[in-house]
Design a binder for this molecule. Structure first.
Ligand code: FES
Ligand code: FES
Length: 156
């Protein structure tokens, strides 16, 4: 497979990288940008651990080609904080210890960030449906939902 030069904007930083043209975006994030917060789980768009934001929308990064996102604004878990302050979802997860191994956590935080960016008071159904496709094998669900409740209270 041929190599190409790929110009990507990730967390506000543009960088040109030389990659195989069929390289999935998650590997570019991790290998070329050193952003290892995005986790590879199933690699089949079935577990949610690789979620990132592309142009403000949640997208799974395990099965999409990096070369196709050269004109996009890509945000990973590392790019959610501003001025060293965690965003509201990250902060709530920290306060409620809403993780055990943490493998699923960045994907879930990305998804919830996109939900709360759109609507500060999402319904329970909207939250539940947004989290479909996110697997947490550690069973952190209780503390995740406590964190979500605290976000809703803070934004109310
Ligand atoms: S690694 Fe992408 S959805 Fe599982
Ligand atoms: S905290 Fe381990 S998979 Fe969710």
């Amino acid at each position: 497979m041929a190599k190409i030069e790929c110009d990507l904007n990730i967390n506000g930083i543009s960088k040109k990288v030389t990659i195989h043209e069929d390289k999935p975006l998650i590997y570019v994030l991790r290998d070329e940008f050193g952003l290892t917060g995005t986790k590879l789980g199933c690699g089949l768009e079935q577990c949610g651990s690789c979620a990132i934001l592309i142009d403000g929308k949640k997208k799974l990064s395990c099965n999409i080609l990096a070369k196709e996102y050269q004109k996009s604004e890509i945000i990973t878990i590392e790019g959610l904080k501003t001025d060293n302050y965690l965003n509201i979802v990250q902060d709530a997860f920290k306060k409620y210890n809403a993780a055990q191994c943490g493998y699923c956590t960045s994907g879930i935080i990305i998804t919830l960030t996109s939900v709360f960016n759109k609507n500060s008071n999402p319904t329970k159904d909207e939250i539940n449906s947004s989290l479909e496709g996110h697997l947490c094998r550690c069973g952190s669900h209780k503390s995740i939902f406590q964190a979500i409740e605290s976000i809703k209270n803070e934004l109310a």
